[in-house]
Design a protein around this ligand. Structure first.
Ligand code: GDP
Length: 452
């Protein structure tokens, strides 16, 4: 009985009074804003995101589910950028790709990953070592290619990347390669020399696409650097590396919505196999669920519950849950749609939930009887059931067509339910209530059998 009652209360608290509760929504939005900023999302993006979530939630009615849906679709929209997805082959092979990025971003590793990805799709791939700034870079690429058994084009004699690239493409043309992946020079930071070299290589290679490898771990820096690369040489896609680490979701959102370049792949580990095609829905799930924007969904959505729960528990705590609240809840619940377990949500009426499963609440006899009984009470009596003495009960019984014994029994049961709720709500009641949210199911307890 106790459990059922608390479950009923929690479910009621969970489900009712979402309508028009703008304060709860604005608190939820505040939480969302905080989490997004903490996750390294640019403040302008945050602003756009918040206002979109707000508009969408309001349009579909304020509630937890609507809020989550609004969040999901807004993030999805932000991540969706016009342009190609995954790897796109040129109409005439070879497809030439320029791999760009800062030193340490994972450019070499990612080039290897992409080569393996294509090799696994039966493509003939030539990797070109055009980062001639550091000897170690060529050597590293050589090892990577050896590991995945993909051919490397390197010219240890040459110091001229333009020349190397031209020769490599000539070879690829002649030997009918499907794809040429050119590993370009990386620096610790952007400088004019780097950009001028990249421009020359770009001109020599006339690539089908330029990929920029962005380190997900460097947060907003990655977004800014991607923007600079885009401004200076133009990029067609971004591969986000190290997304498996403590990467925050902000980078993905930032690149898509600030730089307006599509994310194409995601590096999710150090191994050569750890490359996934970027799919917005996958990232949305990740953003909404694990890791990145941790617990964001739960946290923000629970604010709505908390708000509603507080209001209700205050009343219950004070023993002020009266027949007016009862009627008000009935009205709110009516709007909820599914009749299933609705009775279980009304304090003390858990036992009726099974019987009433899919009944029409408005027209059910039981509800009519209860409503008639409450309708026969004066305003004061509804507010304070304690006022109900013998003569008042007699009057009510007459008014609603029940025997006085039946009215007595129903009033007693309402009082018991109310008492139980008050007891439960003491001290740590609020916490317990929240913990129990979600566990609700109908069951025994409460008003018992309604008189026929
Ligand atoms: P480059 O200087 O841009 O060529 O960077 P590297 O390819 O040498 O990568 C730098 C470091 O990042 C190496 O230790 C890589 O193993 C690591 N790395 C690259 N991509 C990923 C990734 O997706 N996940 C993880 N965890 N590490 C990565």
């Amino acid at each position: 009985m106790f459990d059922t009652l608390t479950q009923s209360f929690t479910s009621a608290i969970k489900k009712i009074r979402f309508h028009d509760d703008e304060k709860a929504l604005s608190k939820a939005l505040q939480e969302l804003r905080k989490s997004l900023l903490k996750s390294d999302v640019n403040h302008k993006v945050v602003k756009t995101l918040i206002s979109s979530v707000e508009l969408k939630t309001k349009a579909s009615g304020i509630g937890k589910d609507q809020f989550l849906d609004a969040m999901r679709s807004t993030i999805y929209e932000l991540l969706q950028t016009k342009g190609n997805q995954g790897f796109v082959f040129a109409p005439n092979p070879p497809t030439v790709i320029l791999m760009t990025g800062l030193q340490g971003s994972g450019k070499t590793t990612t080039t290897g990953k992409l080569a393996l990805y294509l090799k696994n799709r039966k493509k003939k791939v030539l990797v070109v070592a055009a980062d001639l700034q550091r000897l170690a870079a060529v050597e590293q690429l050589r090892q990577v290619c050896a590991g995945i058994e993909v051919e490397l084009y390197a010219d240890d004699e040459s110091k001229n990347p333009v020349e190397v690239v031209k020769n490599a493409i000539a070879k690829a043309d002649k030997a009918l390669y499907d794809v040429v992946l050119i590993d370009t020079a990386g620096r610790l930071a952007i400088d004019d020399e780097l950009m001028s070299e990249l421009s020359q290589v770009k001109e020599a290679a006339s690539p089908d696409e330029i990929f920029y490898v962005a380190d997900a771990l460097t947060g907003q820096d990655s977004v800014r650097t991607a923007q600079s690369f885009h401004d200076k040489i133009g990029i067609d896609g971004v591969i986000l590396s190290k997304y498996d680490g403590d990467a925050k979701g902000g980078v993905a959102l930032g690149i898509a919505s600030q730089v307006h370049v599509p994310l194409r792949f995601i590096g999710s580990g150090e191994k050569m196999e750890d490359l996934e095609v970027f799919l917005p829905e996958r990232i949305v799930n990740r953003l909404m669920g694990l890791g990145d924007i941790e617990g964001l969904a739960e946290k923000t959505a629970s604010v709505i519950d908390e708000k509603t729960a507080k209001k209700m528990t205050q009343k219950i705590k004070k023993g002020k849950f009266n027949f007016n609240d009862f009627l008000e809840q009935m009205e709110s619940i009516k709007k909820l749609g599914s009749m299933k377990s609705i009775m279980g949500m009304i304090p003390g009426m858990g036992n009726m939930s099974n019987a009433m499963k899919d009944m029409d609440l408005e027209n059910s006899r039981e509800i009519k009887v209860i409503k008639a009984m409450v309708g026969s009470m004066t305003k004061k009596e509804r507010e304070d059931p304690d006022l109900l003495n013998g003569s008042r009960k007699q009057r009510i019984a007459k008014g609603c067509g029940l025997s006085q014994a039946e009215v007595n029994r129903m009033l007693k049961q309402f009082k018991n339910a109310s008492k139980m709720a008050k007891k439960f709500s003491g001290k740590k009641g609020m916490k317990d209530l929240q913990n129990m949210m979600g566990q609700m199911q109908g069951g025994a307890g409460g008003f018992g059998k309604i008189p026929r």
